[in-house]
Design a protein around this ligand. Sequence first.
Ligand code: LMR
Length: 394
Amino acid sequence: MLNALHAQPQDKILQLIQLYKDDPRETKIDLGVGVYKDATGLTPVMRAVKAAEKQLWEVETTKTYTNLAGDPAYAEAMQALLLDGAVPADRLSAAATPGGTGAIRQALGLVQLANPEATIWLSNPTWPNHPSIIKYLGMKMADYRYFDADSRGVDFDGMLADLAQAKAGDVVLLHACCHNPTGANLTLPQWAAVADLLAKTGAIPFVDIAYQGFGDGLAEDAAGLRLLAGRLPELLIAASCSKNFGIYRERTGIVIAVSPKPEMRAVVQDNLAFLNRQTYSFPPDHGARLVTMILNDPALRADWQAELEDIRKNMLTLREALAAELRRLSGSDRFGFLAQHRGMFSRLGATPEQVETLRREHGIYMVGDSRMNIAGLNARTVPILAKAIIDTGI
Ligand code: LMR
C-alpha cells in the first residue's frame, strides 16, 4: 500500500530553514521563516511567559483533560483580546486549536460541514499553506487581486472588483493585519468598504489573525476585524498566539465563529467540539493556559504588552533604517514602501532569479516570491542587505 504514495510538494518556507542551516557561511542572513528574532538572532521566551510558566508549575495539580473545545477561560480571554466586545458574547462559539494552522483547518472544516459547495476566496498572494490546506480538503477556491506589484501597496479597486463576484455562502479569507507575504494592509476605511461589499453579496468573512500587536498595536491590528464583527451577521476567525506570545512550539491558537443569532450559538459550539474530537480530540492546553494567565493577571499582562510593544517598535525601526539606507544608495524613494508596510514581512518585488542571486552570492535567505522577514535583520545587517539589493539590480 505505502508504495502507492508520491512525494508531496515541499513547503517553500520550511524548505528554506534547512537550506539556511546547511549553509556554512558565517555571514549568512536568515530572512526566511516568520519567526521573530531579536538583535542577537534569538527568538526569546517572553518575560511574562517565563513568569506564568513558573507560577503554573507551582499551582498546577493535574494534567487531566480539559474540554474538547479547550478551557472556556482561554476562549473568553482570547475573545476579549481579539474582539474587545465588538460582538455580544452570546453570539460567539470558540475552540482551542493547535496553533493558528489548527484554527484555519477547523474553520474550513466548519465551512465544509455547513456549505461544502462554498468557494474560499484568497488574496493573491497569500500564505502558501492557505491554498495547500484548502486543496487537501478538496474545497473550491478562487483568488482576489490584492498586491499591486508597482506600488507594493494594496490594489484595492482590483480587490473589490474581484470580491464582488463572491456569492452568498462563499467565504472570503482576509488577513487582519501584517499581511503575509506582502506586508501591505487595508486602511480602516477600506475595511469598511469590504464590510459593505460582504453585506451586499452575503459572502462570509474569515479573518486570519496571526500577528496581532506586530503591526500598529494590539487594538489597531484588530480594528478591521472588530469592524467586520460589529457589522456583519457571520464571521469566522483563526487566531494564533505563536508570534505575539512567542510560544511557537506550544501550538496555541483558537477558532472563533460569530453566529447571526444567540439561538445558533450552541449548535455551532457543538460542531467545533465535534471537529476537535475528529481530528485530535482534546487540544493542547499548556500554551493556552499561559496565555489565559497572562491576559487575566494585570501585572503579567502589562509586562507582556510592554515587551510586545518593544518587539513591534524594533521591527519598525529596522524597516525605517532599511528604507533610509536604500534611499541613500539608490538615490530614489522607490523602496519607501518598506517603511509603510507593517508586521514581519515585506514583499521586496525581486524576481526569483534575483532572490536566488541574493542567496548564492550574498548568503541572504528570503522566500522565492521575495518575501523578507524584517525581524531577521539587525543594525549591523541592514546596510549589508541594502547593498546586496542594489548590487543585485533590484
Ligand atoms: C511563515 O509564514 O513563515 C510562518 O507562518 C511560519 C509557517 O508556518 O509558514
